[in-house]
Design a protein around this ligand. Sequence first.
Ligand code: NI
Length: 174
Amino acid sequence: MALLPIRLYGDPVLRRKSVEVPEVSEEIQLLARDMLETMYDADGVGLAAPQVGRSIRMLVADASHKDGGAGGRVFINPVILEAWGELSYDEGCLSVPGLSAELVRPEAVRVRFQDETGATREEEFHRLWGRVLQHEIDHLEGKLFVDYLSPIKRALIMKKLKQLQKEAKSGIAL
Ligand code: NI
């Protein structure tokens, strides 16, 4: 297993639309394990393949500490079939470190996806699980949570981001 470098805001790979995974190969299974390890190491609850530089439709998530479930899950070629309800949540992103914003999204989603064995599944996800899946599936479309903010809120958050970059002095790509 290996930790993968997480791409940061400003990296063009985060804006690319990802392509379908044609087959759940051993390479894909290994990537899923590395993504889970990388997500846990970064204290994240979700990580999408573009965030580790791969424009393919897969993501990992684990919201079980907060909203139940068995632990880390792998979602390959996920599709949101239905979304309902409403929930406000303070949302952040491992590619936009140190920043978060209150965002309203549907509370629940029904998702069709393939698991790490390649089996097709269809399940409902609520609360934090539902939130993480919507956020990560956005990543597969090249969309980031800051895109939902009002222009004023977005300008404020970008200012903070630039400040963080200056403070880091370590060449974070913006
Ligand atoms: Ni994210």
